[in-house]
Design a protein around this ligand. Structure first.
Ligand SMILES: C[S@@+](CC[C@H](N)C(=O)[O-])C[C@H]1O[C@@H](n2cnc3c(N)ncnc32)[C@H](O)[C@@H]1O
Length: 235
């Protein structure tokens, strides 16, 4: 994947945090998806649909772009503008109560969103797994706390994140949160390499939230946090 192809979309208008394309690039490089045009990917918590756009260009699959805060009509307009409306379908769904057919998705991708709704043990098996086909792959990239500071996110990050600090968990804790099931083949978690690039490209947008985040980069973000990559293979 050549990230430069998507450079013109990485703007203050479209990005909602650290560069989601950069995070997706690492997920796809480490765990390539091999999909055909009969496969469907669920982009869960897709925001303004930039990762859905990239997935439509980097795979042959259809993409269901599902988000809670961004109305499906807004994403639909963007997908028409980007010329991907035949391959990417927008939905407005709460990840806690998805309404898709069971065993529909060959892959699920979630960038900078899964920590908002999935920190409870058992969430994956109960709320996500029923929608995944056998042999599906799940790729997740989210902000978290470095392994060395496991369990200390509320103590260390409250000044930056307030009552959202609990969402930042370490690679080891995320492995536990995903948990086990008869249908899970493997769960791999890692601290992602794209950390500096993804944050710097967010700061470059000069979005007002990026300016806010930048004030905490040297004191909180860089010393204590990371991006957690998660790859789950279904049997
Ligand atoms: C920081 S934004 C990231 C959006 C996008 N993935 C990106 O990287 O640009 C977090 C996203 O998580 C979504 N989200 C939060 N809670 C959710 C829930 N319960 N169900 C579905 N999406 C949710 C929000 O709608 C929001 O768009």
């Amino acid at each position: 994947m050549n990230i430069e192809t998507f450079r013109k979309y990485m703007t203050a208008e479209i990005l909602m945090g650290p560069n989601s394309v950069r995070i997706l690039e690492e997920l796809l490089n480490k765990h390539p998806l091999s999909l055909s045009d009969t496969d469907i990917i669920l982009d869960l918590g897709c925001g303004k649909g930039l990762t859905s756009f990239v997935l439509s260009k980097e795979t042959a699959a259809k993409v269901y772009a599902s988000d809670l805060w961004i109305p499906a009509d807004d994403n639909k307009k963007r997908f028409v503008e980007w010329g991907i409306e035949n391959q990417v379908v927008p939905f407005c769904e709460d990840a806690n109560e998805l309404h898709f057919d069971k065993k529909l998705f060959r892959a699920l991708v979630s960038v900078d969103a899964y920590h908002y709704f999935a920190t409870k043990n058992g969430f994956f098996a109960e709320k996500i797994l029923p929608f995944l086909k056998d042999k599906a792959t799940v790729l997740i990239g989210i902000p978290g706390i470095k392994t060395a500071y496991t369990g200390r996110s509320e103590e260390l990050l409250v000044e930056w994140l307030g009552d959202e600090a609990y969402m930042f968990q370490s690679t080891t804790t995320w492995k536990e949160i995903i948990g086990n099931s008869d249908r899970i083949e493997s769960v791999v978690t890692w601290e992602m390499e794209c950390f500096d690039s993804a944050w710097n490209e967010w700061f470059d947008t000069e979005h007002k939230y990026a300016i806010g985040d930048k004030q905490f980069f040297d004191t909180h973000i860089k010393p204590y946090t990371c991006f957690v990559g998660i790859c789950i293979k279904i049997k």
